[in-house]
Design a protein around this ligand. Structure first.
Ligand code: MLT
Length: 393
């Protein structure tokens, strides 16, 4: 008899955002006239920037002619896109080798897939609250997970604790879900800690483009990071690729464990299990780094920032505590009237037809908090905040 991976029994029945979608769909079915505004999952609403569309159209035409048609591409990505990513890092003062950059179909897949090259007996440290992918993917392979508490007291930015070490450490900055961002000194503490313990830092930089203050946007801005950290990044939130799918992972050549190059292992894994991102999509992604593309992406980010301001202005008026929104598309607020996260979710859905994400869904330390995203349209963000104001004032 075939057996199954029984670690799946340790997972919650459904992934957080599937659970929310399920509840919202059930509510909509029962209230067909309700105009629900979705500020739950961090999905973008602005279309792909014109520079991206233009590059993709051109690539489609290339695929139509035998002379320019492309079949299998390099599993780790085309040079034109890797060079563009390299140039982007140079602007942040980070020097990378092209071979250290791996183009993928997004940060979420790579954050899960990277575990293929790490030992099953590794222990894992995540912050709580946490992006559920880090926890669920490790539960799927049966690893032991420890939680570093992120609280209002530590600004939702836990620092290394010598009593809480692990082989694999996840950091997300700007943070999903709290919007908190580590500064250079704090990240240096994590890098030193990881190097001392020979741990590996898995650094999720998916929201780096939202940093507006003088804060680090890559772990490699920190000295020593190349011997302990792998960085994951994505075009999803920056350039609207949530449905188009493209991201990149940096595995430094200097990252060695058990006398083995993690870069070589990842290359081996990718060439075996992955056929690369479609040429058309990679051409679109490369256009993000053109001067035009950068300008257009910045305009989109500014648009979402203005939404964040609409949200935080409303919370200010209501006297509700929050963090995030400044260097991040997420606003993390304290549930009003001492409601717990899911009660506030139901309250907001029923009374205002607005959907957010209950903090508890990101971990126990998220209980009593709630996440709103700035990714909706201006019009709907304003409407949602008017509704929020009218039920809570
Ligand atoms: C979120 O809402 O946390 C994100 O959209 C999830 C993701 O990027 O996978």
């Amino acid at each position: 008899m075939a057996t199954i991976n029984q670690h799946y029994w340790n997972l919650k029945e459904s992934y957080l955002f599937s659970e929310i979608a399920h509840r919202v769909n059930a509510y909509q079915a029962a209230h067909p006239d309700a105009h629900i505004i979705r500020m739950g999952i961090g999905d973008v609403t602005l279309p792909l920037p014109p520079a991206v569309i233009e590059a993709m159209h051109k690539a489609v035409d290339e695929m139509a002619h035998a002379e320019t048609f492309r079949g299998y591409g390099p599993e780790q990505g085309y040079d034109f896109l890797k060079d563009a990513v390299k140039g982007y890092y140079e602007k942040k003062g980070v020097e990378l080798q092209p071979d250290e950059i791996f183009i993928s179909d997004g940060a979420k897949s790579d954050l899960g897939n990277i575990l293929d090259i790490l030992g099953l007996d590794n222990t894992v440290l995540v912050t709580d609250p946490v992006y559920p992918v880090y926890v669920d993917t490790n539960k799927m392979s049966g690893r032991s997970i420890f939680f570093a508490q992120a609280t209002e007291q530590n600004g939702f930015l836990p620092l290394p604790d010598p009593h809480l070490t692990a082989d694999i450490i996840y950091l997300c900055s700007p943070n999903n879900p709290t919007g908190a961002v580590y500064n250079r000194e704090q990240l240096k503490m994590w890098v030193d800690f990881a190097n001392q313990n020979e741990s590996i830092l898995l650094f999720d930089a998916a929201y780096e483009a939202f940093v507006s203050e003088d804060l680090p946007r890559s772990i490699y801005e920190i000295e020593g990071a190349k011997t302990c950290a792998i960085e994951f990044c994505s075009f999803s939130k920056t350039a609207g690729f949530t449905g188009t799918r493209c991201g990149y992972t940096v595995v430094p050549l200097d990252l060695i464990r058990q006398e083995t190059s993690l870069n070589k292992l990842w290359l081996r894994r990718q060439t075996t299990k992955f056929n690369g991102v479609p040429y058309i999509v990679q051409r679109g992604a490369a256009a993000v780094f053109s001067p035009e593309g950068q300008k257009q992406v910045q305009e989109n980010i500014d648009y979402y920032r203005r939404n964040a301001k609409v949200i935080t202005d409303t919370l200010d008026k209501l006297g509700i505590w929050y963090t995030g929104g400044k260097n991040s598309p997420y606003i993390w607020l304290k549930c009003p009237r001492s409601m717990d996260s899911w009660s506030f979710f139901d309250f907001l859905l029923e009374k205002a037809n607005v959907v957010g994400t209950p903090g508890q869904g990101f971990g126990q330390c998220g209980e009593g908090y709630f996440r709103l995203t700035a990714f909706s349209s201006h019009e709907l963000t304003q409407k949602a905040m008017d509704r929020l104001y009218s039920i809570l004032r």
